[in-house]
Write a protein that binds this ligand. Structure first.
Ligand code: GLN
Length: 551
């Protein structure tokens, strides 16, 4: 393949060692934030070694949430960290899996593009990976490339080989290897152990990669002598051994890395000269997080109550809403199935100042979530329904207020008596400018409404007041829609439609009057919330929950 030297962009490659879940994504996002605080532009890419073509069809229980970008890509949840910490906008090109890389190579082979040659891991797969990385060249000052998984994983080898080659292609001054590793503290011995890090670096060296900087996840700060020891065994300078200490709030990571001089080392090694960083906004943010004036409790009724990763962005957006309201947000996960099987909402949601029903797929726990909505509606408890949560709020309203008994979504019943939420057979896709056609038999994943869509707001509604804009853009990921056949009837019964597609064909936001705050939206606002700029709907929902608490 072409070995064009980088036009402008410098590349940082982040690998992980010892074990997974060390927070590589957060470290990458925090580095991006620090570079932005010095006036640089950044972008990211996550290279995931698994074979699924994208995370769209993966079980959130195994993989965590599926993060959706403006361009409708279903991506790894690390994209969420990247967008929350920086101004970078993620898209399809920012997340590749082995599956996607192999798929494209195999398609090329089938089309005869390799002219009968033997298609191999090196150079064909590695070249495809390099092409994916180099797409980002020229777009920003620094591109941060995170390799998923842990060094030593069989699946990850082609990625490691590709970035090894890229260092040669790009040149030393344009590329940097950061390795995130674990330095465990063994309580019984009262000792910090460097051996796993030594082994992990050895593994990298065996693949031809000498890390430039080591970031060591640890419970206790590493002193100079330990840094020297790690440096000696791993061939790096002691000042390139960075303590990545455990923190209470993930938003402290940029500050902690800065204190350790991580950004100075990175810039020095990449030969970039910038002014002093402006980290004040991050300091102010962390101060606010650590000194909340009050607490508010939000009940979340979901299917994946066991695994918080499945609701990552949602959780963060609630935290952001809390920051805006000077409040610490306590989350109370309530199992929807328990509510469904006789659990009393009054009891299970007691102590919750607000109730949130998040997005989801499938019928499990749905009736339980509807009970929770009835409880929030009748007891005037602030309610926020997101995607599935909005659809269930519509069903609840149809059944219990509009007198449409038997109202349901076609997702849970093939032919409900009143399909208030239904599968639109044809709809106009604003992004592609084409009419999309689908039915019950369409491929899984292929029929979702995905990515950013415009939404027109109605003035003097909760939504209108929150956004203070006539038109907004929010991200979607769902198959079913509000059925317009019931719109007039539901509106007559008191349902307020406060947001629709600009052509008025898709209902995007519904609300209730005579309730302190009851809103459901068909999109996922949590994907666009940032710590320093809470999403207006989350901000107002938390405000309403705080007001409810005072009562
Ligand atoms: N299951 C619903 C649908 O497909 C809602 C999806 C969601 O909440 N993301 O329309």
């Amino acid at each position: 393949m072409d070995r064009q030297p980088s036009k402008k962009t410098k590349f940082i490659f982040i690998t992980g060692g010892v074990l997974s879940s060390l927070g590589k994504g957060l470290a990458a996002a925090a580095i991006g934030a620090l570079l932005e605080s010095r006036g640089m532009t950044v972008t990211f890419q996550k290279l995931d070694p698994y074979i699924n073509v994208d995370p769209g069809t993966m079980n959130p229980f195994q993989h965590g949430e599926v993060y959706v970008t403006d361009d409708g890509a279903e991506t790894d949840l690390d994209m969420g960290h990247y967008e929350r910490y920086t101004n970078a906008v993620m898209a399809q090109k920012n997340n590749y899996t082995s599956g996607r890389i192999y798929y494209s190579v195999i398609m090329k082979e089938r089309r005869g593009e390799y002219l009968g040659g033997t298609v191999q891991m090196i150079p064909h797969i590695t070249d495809e990976i390099k092409r994916a990385v180099l797409q980002l060249d020229g777009s920003v000052d620094v591109a941060i490339i995170e390799i998923g998984g842990t060094v030593g994983d069989i699946e990850g080898l082609p990625f490691i080989e590709a970035i090894r080659q890229l260092r040669g292609d790009l040149g030393r001054e344009n590329s940097l290897f950061i390795h995130l590793t674990l330095v465990p503290y063994i309580k019984t011995a009262g000792e910090i152990k460097t051996k796993p890090t030594q082994h992990s670096v050895k593994g990298l060296l065996a693949s031809g990669i000498q890390p430039d900087i080591l970031m060591c996840r640890t419970e206790v700060p590493l002193d100079q002598s330990l840094k020297k020891k790690i440096a000696l065994f791993c061939n790096v300078e002691p000042q390139s051994v960075i303590t990545a200490i455990d923190v209470d709030s993930i938003y402290e990571v940029p500050l902690k890395l800065h204190e350790e001089g991580a950004d100075d080392r990175i810039l020095e090694k990449l030969g970039i000269w910038t002014g002093a960083p402006n980290i004040k906004p991050w300091e102010d943010l962390v101060y606010k997080i650590k000194h909340p004036r009050r607490t508010v409790t939000i009940g979340i009724t979901g299917k994946y109550v066991e695994l918080r990763e499945a609701y990552k962005s949602l959780h963060e957006a609630l935290v952001h809403g809390g920051i805006a309201g000077d409040a610490k947000v306590e989350l109370e996960y309530v199992n929807a199935e328990e509510l469904e099987h006789g659990g009393d909402p009054q009891k299970l949601l007691a102590g919750c100042d607000g109730v949130l029903v998040p997005g989801g797929f499938g019928s499990r726990g749905v009736e339980g979530k509807i009970h929770a909505i009835t409880y929030a509606r009748e007891n005037k408890i602030p309610f926020f329904g997101i995607c599935l949560g909005m659809q269930l709020a519509v069903i609840e309203f149809a059944r219990n207020i509009a007198g449409l008994s038997g109202a349901n979504s076609m997702e849970f019943e093939p032919a409900p008596k009143h399909p208030v939420i239904y599968l639109m057979k044809e709809w106009f896709d604003f992004r592609t400018g084409k009419i999309e056609v689908r039915d019950e038999n369409s491929d899984m994943g292929g029929t979702l409404r995905l990515g950013a869509y415009p939404c027109k707001l109605v003035e003097n509604t909760l939504a209108g007041d929150a956004y203070r804009q006539e038109e907004i853009s929010e991200r979607h990921r769902h198959r079913y829609e509000f059925n317009n056949q019931y719109r007039a009837q539901l509106e007559e019964a008191g349902l307020v439609v406060s947001g629709t597609s600009p052509d008025d064909t898709l209902v995007e936001i519904v609300e209730l009057k005579d309730h302190p705050w009851f809103l459901g939206c068909q999109f996922h606002p949590e994907f666009k919330s940032k710590p320093m700029r809470a999403h207006p709907l989350f901000r107002d929902f938390i405000q309403a929950a705080l007001a409810n608490k005072k009562k």
